[in-house]
Design a protein around this ligand. Structure first.
Ligand code: PBG
Length: 322
């Protein structure tokens, strides 16, 4: 034999020397769920080990994350029921929980990159990402609100807004609104190829944001489609996105790779709540070794082409890599 492939697998040192993919804590975006109150740490039933924290706890958590080498957080808030309406009015409140959270986190840990979810669902009485008329989720009037919401997050100090709604034309509208309001340093991380997925179930439990009627299939993508992901992503880049995203991650590794090959800006992937829950549930039963599953999954997502990974395992992974 002239070639023996096992030579490069002989020892841990050789294997690490020739490893093609290396995870680092700076790859991760940490999603955080924030609730009203003080000293509240509310467990999320379908996401064991993950919590909805009040802002004071969130701030100390962010300081800890920074010390661990994690460099970005993605904020989601749980809106009180009485503040929800069809137009997501609370999303624009300069004193709203999201806006207060952005300011508090930037005050306490100025270097932490703060990204914010932009979509109406947590604020919507219908649990939809856009404004509802009859049974339709109406595109253009929703985009106007999303642009205002983005400006409001930028004004509070967000580094990146992250539109997760999948309305048409929202990236362009958000970019124009940011420019017109002088927020020329605010980035846009677009959920460009976001599929209508059952793997968001636990997240909707966390924020009590499940759609009240129907589903999200008229705006989120059909998981049967591949070319559509490229088209959505390229349009978002033309409209001004700084980072694009594929979501979910594990069942969409082919899409991550195709997008990575098609674009010249950073690609992120969202390892979503249901993917977290699957590993947790199997580990709880003793059917999987959790730590190994975490690192294998995250390495695979990076190998597929993700430069950044939003994951509920960020803290565990940083600890395991450290
Ligand atoms: C809201 C939003 C969702 C997620 C991120 N932003 C849920 C949805 O679209 O229904 C899912 C995240 C996860 O499951 O971890 N637009």
């Amino acid at each position: 034999m002239i070639r023996r492939n096992r030579i490069l697998r002989k020892s841990p040192a050789i294997r690490s020397m020739v490893a093609e993919t290396i995870l680092t804590p700076a790859d991760f975006i940490v999603p955080l769920f924030i609730d009203e109150g003080k000293n509240v740490k509310d467990p999320i039933l379908s996401m064991p080990g993950y919590f909805r924290n009040s802002l004071d706890i969130t701030v100390s958590e962010v300081q800890e994350l920074w010390k661990m080498g994690l460099k970005s957080v993605l904020l989601f808030i749980k809106c009180r029921d009485e503040l929800k309406d069809n137009k997501g009015t609370e999303a624009l409140n300069p004193q709203g929980l999201m806006q207060r959270s952005i300011r508090a986190i930037k005050d306490a840990c100025p270097e932490m990159i703060v990204m914010t979810d932009v979509a109406l669902d947590p604020f919507s009485s219908f649990g939809h990402d856009g404004i509802v008329e009859g049974t339709e989720i109406v595109n253009d009037i929703t985009v106007e609100v999303l642009a205002k919401m983005s400006v409001s997050h930028a004004a509070a100090g967000a580094d990146f807004v992250a539109p997760s709604d999948m309305m048409d034309g929202r990236i362009g509208a958000i970019r124009v609104a940011l420019e017109q309001n002088g927020f020329t340093n605010t980035g846009i991380m677009s959920y460009s190829a976001k599929y209508a997925s059952c793997f968001y179930g636990p997240f909707r439990d966390a924020l009590d944001s499940a759609p009240g009627f129907g589903d999200k299939k008229t705006y989120q993508m059909n998981y049967a489609n591949r070319l559509e992901a490229i088209r959505e992503t390229i349009m978002d880049i033309e409209e001004g996105a700084d980072i694009v995203m594929v979501k979910p991650a594990m069942a969409y590794l082919d899409i991550i790779r195709e997008v990575k090959n098609a674009v010249e800006i950073p690609v992120s992937a969202y390892h979503v709540s249901g993917e977290y829950a699957m590993i947790k549930a199997a580990a709880e039963k003793g059917w999987l070794q959790e730590d190994k599953a975490i690192i294998e999954c995250l390495t695979s997502i990076k190998r597929a082409g993700a430069d950044l990974i939003a994951t509920y395992f960020a803290k565990d992974a940083a600890r395991l890599l450290g």
